[in-house]
Design a binder for this molecule. Sequence first.
Ligand code: SF4
Ligand code: SF4
Ligand code: SF4
Length: 318
Amino acid sequence: MTGRPTGRPTGRPTHAGYFGAIWQSARSILEGMSVTLSYMFKPPTTVQYPDRLPVPMIDTIPERYRGFLEVDLATCTGCKACERDCPINCIVIDMEKVGDVRAMTRFDIDMGKCMYCNICVESCPIPTRSPGDTEDAKCIRMTREFEAATDSFSTLTFRFIRPGDAVPPFKPKKGVIEASPRRGDIARQARQRAQEYNALAARWATLTADDQRRHDNTGEAINAADVIKARVADLHPKVAAAGDDLRRLEDLIHAEALAQTDCEACGYQSCRQYAQGLIQGDTDRGKCEPGGPRSARDTRLIFEIRQGAWKSDGTRAD
Ligand code: SF4
Ligand code: SF4
Ligand code: SF4
């Protein structure tokens, strides 16, 4: 075909079009930058968390916020209503005879497990009043405390009674609303103590995945004693809390030792069924394939702790 002029534009820019496009681009960049630049002279709309707020962070949170639970032991009767009514067994209260009196020797709340449903608070029969609150609370109550970043769930078990201490139950007076410390103070202290008491558990969590895998797969001496000691110290109070309650033992094995994928590789239809099988006498503790050697070891440790082979500090009983 010969090239006949068609009258259509060739696509080649004119001088005016070329420089006009450059000017358009430069102008739109300048417009954008001027908006950005203007923010340098305006007060910021964001604040640095948590230390540059005009009021303490906690005071900006509504009073009914459901943060960590705390219990004011000075007003606790030890009635165990909260422990009984918690649908997922987060609370453990031990009552023992100490000398001539019965006293609470343990009041633990597993905040890593708690679903903040408030049922335990509603079950508690003891009303309390704390300074700064507009509403009455209970001796166990939600607080506005919420910060406890951790790499170990074990450090979220708040122990309101120090190991070895005993707290006599409170005798309430009818119709009296008991005065209680400012809400949140007790939870804050419990959170700090959780870090101290669970130091061994925290050590367990800080072992690198490689260290654990090397130990699990080869039994290599590196960290082996530490790993077992830390794991036993972590599991011991949980096994003790389960006691003879086989349902709680099943929960424990399921949560602590099995991989929880319900993959059926163990030959059972679910992890729960394998946990039940172990309790009912299945002696093969290495069936959980995804859990591998760690699963077998933790299952073994749970049963050995139950049989009294280990002390709570992670050392052998014999
Ligand atoms: S808030 Fe609910 S889940 Fe948490 S301890 Fe209380 S009853 Fe249990
Ligand atoms: S916190 Fe309340 S419900 Fe729980 S044991 Fe104490 S008095 Fe009873
Ligand atoms: S093999 Fe492990 S993860 Fe799979 S169902 Fe059995 S216990 Fe659960």
